[in-house]
Design a protein around this ligand. Structure first.
Ligand code: 0RQ
Length: 502
């Protein structure tokens, strides 16, 4: 590992994960690296979890930390710390089953934030003091600068803001990642902010390395482990139909002159549906595409390889084991075509608006008027979090939300009279698509939107029920702009909670 730690002072700080975890004070706010299962520290969180569990066993039942990351991580981080009951407050995004269980049981606090807001909220001091940063890197340069790993996330901010820094140098991460990153150090606080000088997805506006004050580094831990690397499901029939509707819609938009032949930069959310849409685009008619997105999944790697996608900007890689191996084998090819940025830049509203991004995100449910819920099950339980979907949806050129029309073997309609939680308001949602069809809502009034969403997107088994709701609301609602029956609007959700069927 000596070749990876070229700074003599930092080489002298190499220690075990257990020793490093001892240096994290109980009650500290800890900013860790990691974004959608990539580039997260793999050893210190597990050692810290073991330490907190031992403290709990000795009677210190409230020994916990505040845990801030880029986005979701992996079992070695979120999973280990949650199982040890070691997290007091989690932000800004998670998808871990144990975290989810504790949050929904009221045993862990969770602040669900737009991912582009996190860094500035930390600089503004809105989140409290950041005590320790724990950041995975691919290597350390002689002057202490860091070669970032497979995600950038909030690492720049954690390294700048934390009093103390622990670095995990992961030998498994390819040192040839060097040069793939673009870390922008020009962001200012209001009222001194300037325009961010990025006008194309491929622009480089920063530097390839993270700055780090070596005097703040209290430990360096060496690891050799792959990222989480979950495999994606092959595109299902439902996902493929959703992808088909989106491609037909984009083709139409090109035909009528609202999109250029090479479209506009694509943003694609997480999960199997999003990956299937990319698989569809890879077979589709468009060439020379670009992506300005936050997560680069297998689908985009395939598109880069086939040449359909000319360039991709993201903050993290989230690859299956096969795709990760392929990426490693052809890293020089990908370094010409991928740039990884801090998440406040990959998701920045100014840049999303300037570039005219086409945002495609999955959701939990939509209502007939177009409001969208991306985060909550039946109004009160968190699923994952809003992630970057709001950063992109509100500022996109085209904002598309997609979902299967039903969930849980058809017992739940994903199109409902009123959403049980609002993440994306009707004003931020231009297109809704399910395997049934696509509703283009641009320029429509609420009652026009409702007609289209029910006709095009709802499952036939729920359509009559929705039409009946709408019809009765038209006759009994106090206002007829957005007709609702307030005592019935959420009755589908309460019926499901009581009977297991909407
Ligand atoms: O439940 O896990 O028990 O099987 O929700 O649903 O259909 O597998 O969809 O994996 O694409 O995730 C919105 C959660 C969709 C995700 C969400 C149940 C369903 C299943 C998952 P099971 P699917 P996906 C950029 C963009 C927010 C963040 C975001 C997400 C589970 O896309 O977290 O967009 N998005 N970020 O059965 C009850 C309904 C349901 C339902 C589905 N209406 N009611 N349960 N489910 N619909 C990336 C980042 O920001 C990092």
């Amino acid at each position: 590992f000596v070749a990876r730690i070229q700074n003599a002072a930092l080489l002298g700080k190499v220690m075990t994960a257990e020793q490093a975890a001892e240096l994290i004070p109980v009650g500290a706010n800890v900013g860790m690296s990691g974004f959608t299962g990539a580039g997260y520290p793999k050893a210190v969180p597990q050692a810290l979890a073991a330490r907190l569990a031992a403290l709990h066993a000795s009677g210190q039942t409230h020994a916990r930390i505040g845990l801030w990351t880029g986005a979701s991580t992996a079992p070695e981080l979120d999973g280990a710390l949650a199982q040890a009951q070691g997290i007091e407050m989690r932000l800004p995004y998670q998808s871990d089953p144990t975290c989810r269980k504790l949050i929904n049981a009221g045993q862990m606090l969770y602040t669900d934030m737009h991912l582009s807001h996190v860094a500035q909220a930390a600089w503004f001091g809105f989140l409290g003091k950041l005590d320790v940063a724990v950041v995975e890197v691919a290597g350390i340069l002689p002057d202490g600068r860091l070669i970032p790993s497979t995600s950038v996330g909030n690492n720049k901010t954690w390294l700048d803001q934390a009093d103390k820094i622990i670095l995990e140098v992961n030998l498994h991460q390819d040192p040839a990642l060097e040069g793939m990153h673009d870390i922008y150090y020009g962001t200012q606080l209001p009222p001194h902010r300037q325009a961010i000088p990025l006008v194309k997805t491929s622009d480089r506006i920063g530097q390839p390395h993270l700055q780090c004050d070596p005097s703040k580094v209290i430990a360096v831990v060496v690891t050799d482990h792959a990222d989480r690397n979950a495999a994606f499901d092959p595109p299902s029939e439902v996902s493929s139909r959703i992808a088909g509707h989106i491609i037909e819609f984009l083709t139409h938009e090109v035909k009528v002159g609202r999109l250029p032949n090479e479209l506009l930069p694509l943003q694609s959310g997480v999960g199997n549906v999003a990956n299937a849409v990319l698989a569809g685009l890879n077979q589709g008619p468009f060439e020379n595409l670009t992506a300005y997105t936050e997560v680069l999944q297998d689908g985009m790697l395939d598109m880069l390889r086939s040449g359909k996608l000319a360039f991709a900007s993201a903050t993290a890689l989230s690859l299956s084991p096969d795709a990760a191996a392929e990426f490693k084998g052809n890293i020089d090819f990908y370094r010409q075509r991928i740039v990884l940025r801090s998440q406040e830049i990959s998701n920045h509203p100014e840049l999303v608006r300037r570039l005219g991004v086409i945002a495609m995100n999955a959701m939990i449910e939509a209502e007939i008027y177009g409001n969208v819920n991306s985060t909550h099950i039946m109004g009160s339980s968190i699923m994952n979090g809003i992630g970057g979907s709001g950063d992109f949806a509100r500022n996109a050129y085209l904002s598309i939300f997609m979902t299967p029309s039903v969930a849980k073997e058809g017992r739940i309609s994903c199109i409902v009279p009123m959403v049980s939680h609002h993440d994306h308001t009707e004003h931020d949602v231009q297109v809704i698509v399910s395997e049934q069809g696509l509703a283009d809502l641009r320029g429509l009034a609420p009652t026009q939107r409702a007609k289209l969403i029910m006709e095009r997107c709802a499952h036939p088994s729920f359509r009559p029920q929705l039409l009946d709701y709408m019809e009765r609301a038209r006759h009994s609602s106090a206002g007829l702009h957005t007709p609702h029956m307030m005592d019935e609007a959420l009755s589908w959700h309460s019926r499901y909670l009581k009977t297991g069927q909407m």
